[in-house]
Design a protein around this ligand. Structure first.
Ligand SMILES: [Zn+2]
Ligand SMILES: [Zn+2]
Length: 273
């Protein structure tokens, strides 16, 4: 099973959740926004499928240099999930702090709405940005590429369910797992919420590495990005930040200055709201 098969198999479940939420909580939806999210999901899945086909021979070459021979068992599958979720945390944190990676990840954050369809809002540029680089340590550790990309897919599938405003705090579950409440904070630009809660499945990484923030009833989440883009065009949504990044890189004088633009904290070409 590869990433696309797993996500495709689960797509009827995702659709049911979106329809339910749309019927019961229409005010969380903007049809144009959700339509853009759906087109972005299809573009992203297409790009990912192509990238995986092209990169698989490289991953199997890398696998030849693995440190351990890991046989799949309940124990090692559990470790695979743990390692992948840990790597996801660093991928996600880097995606918010490194302009090159943010150029892809910004797509997911650039809506001012928050509903299950927001989970679909992804960039077709992830393979170019190099999301897959973050899974390489797992392959080198000794997990075969199929297992690695199956855990990636299941992690992303879990994250679909945290994109909603209709679920409040979930008791003890909040302490260990990423939840709608934690992820609302992640999508918010309020002071104290910005660049927090990078978790995939487990919130423990944020608590361990000091990036955890609790959703406060007195501080409702303001969703979006600093320098809010105002477009429903999937191509504008996908490429606006790349255009800004390329322009800034070309106009920076000298190699060091260019590298700094590419790899330091992202800036926006748009004025903050
Ligand atoms: Zn993010
Ligand atoms: Zn999200």
């Amino acid at each position: 099973m590869n990433v696309e098969t797993i996500l495709l198999a689960l797509s009827p479940v995702f659709t049911i959740f979106v329809i339910y939420e749309f019927i019961k909580h229409k005010h969380h939806y903007d049809i144009k926004d959700s339509l853009a999210n759906t087109v972005l999901a299809l573009l992203h899945q297409g790009a990912d499928a192509i990238a995986l086909i092209l990169l698989m021979p490289f991953f199997y070459w890398l696998y030849e240099y693995r440190l351990f021979d890991i046989e799949l068992s309940v124990g090692t599958i559990f470790i695979a999930f743990l390692v992948q979720d840990f790597l996801y945390y660093w991928f996600h944190k880097a995606s918010h702090h490194v302009h090159w990676l943010w150029a892809a990840h910004v797509v997911h954050h650039s809506s001012t709405h928050m509903n299950f369809s927001t989970a679909f809002r992804q960039s077709l540029m992830y393979p170019i940005a190099g999301m897959w680089v973050f899974w390489m340590p797992m392959i080198l550790l000794g997990f075969d590429p199929i297992t690695v990309f199956a855990t990636v897919a299941l992690n992303l599938a879990y994250q679909f369910f945290v994109h909603t405003q209709i679920v409040n705090k979930l008791g003890w579950f909040e302490k260990i797992f990423n939840t709608p409440s934690h992820h609302r904070v992640h999508h918010a630009i309020n002071k104290g919420y910005l660049d927090k809660n990078f978790a995939g499945v487990l919130i423990i990484w944020d608590k361990l590495f000091g990036t955890y923030a609790e959703e406060e009833a007195s501080k409702p989440c303001k969703f979006g990005i600093i320098g809010q883009i105002d477009s429903y065009n999937p191509l504008t949504i996908t490429f606006h930040q790349w255009a800004h990044l390329m322009k800034s890189t070309f106009s920076a004088k000298g190699f060091r200055a260019k590298a700094k633009v590419l790899f330091s904290y992202p800036t926006s070409s748009l004025k903050p709201r």
